[in-house]
Design a protein around this ligand. Structure first.
Ligand SMILES: CC(C)(COP(=O)(O)OP(=O)(O)OC[C@H]1O[C@@H](n2cnc3c(N)ncnc32)[C@H](O)[C@@H]1OP(=O)(O)O)[C@@H](O)C(=O)NCCC(=O)NCCS
Length: 179
């Protein structure tokens, strides 16, 4: 990967560039509904948005990758626990397979930890995320509010005991839903 690569929080003026790069990243992905860029736009306008955790990777002015972590909760009522939802993760086709996805995930984890978040949930590629420490959600008493194959549903405790006693259903922001 280029030594000039910069990973930084998105700025308001980056929105169109991010929409295009997300569309391109998922353009040839067979399981994609090709609406991930719309999800990014909705989440950005929602209360789940954490500006420091929508990261853009660029090299020499070219936008190459993006990752978004947004607020969610596990459980309900007074025992609800704050978590983050990772989606989407996007690397443009010409930059794939060069370690950029890995760097974006690592950068997002560092920043999320620095901000005091304790865990991240995702529904994603079952062979990709375990390298970062993600475990199957089914190993925990935590469920999703929709059906997804077990192998795709994962969670990462960002600190050693972050998930002790955490139980219940993940509640996503309304912006997750594609109306
Ligand atoms: C999936 C994606 C984010 C990976 O990013 P990337 O920059 O191409 O991947 P990296 O180069 O960082 O890969 C890091 C490691 O994961 C492996 N890997 C890459 N893509 C993988 C995949 N789809 N499944 C399993 N492992 C994968 C690589 O071989 C590499 O292993 P190594 O460190 O042993 O060499 C990127 O290919 C992409 O944007 N794809 C289209 C959109 C998508 O599917 N997003 C994820 C949805 S959950």
């Amino acid at each position: 990967m280029s030594p000039t690569l910069v990973i930084r929080a998105e700025r308001p003026e980056d929105a169109p560039v991010i929409a295009e790069l997300v569309s391109r990243a998922y353009g040839a992905v067979p399981y994609s509904d090709h609406r991930e860029h719309l999800m990014v736009a909705r989440l950005r306008e929602s209360s789940a948005f954490v500006p420091e955790l929508s990261l853009l990777a660029e090299a020499e002015g070219a936008a190459l990758g993006h990752i978004m972590l947004t607020r969610a909760t596990i459980g309900c009522g007074q025992s609800a626990t704050i978590t983050l939802a990772l989606a989407p993760l996007s690397v443009v086709p010409e930059a794939q397979g060069k370690g950029l996805g890995k760097r974006l995930v690592a950068a997002a984890h560092r920043r999320a930890t620095d901000l005091g978040f304790e865990s991240i949930v995702l529904v994603g590629l079952p062979d990709y995320y375990p390298q970062f420490g993600y475990e199957r959600l089914s190993a925990y008493p935590i469920t999703l509010p929709f059906h997804a194959p077990e192998a795709n549903c994962m969670i990462l405790p960002l600190t050693p005991n972050a998930l002790d006693g955490v139980t219940g259903q993940v509640k996503y922001a309304e912006a997750w839903l594609d109306h």
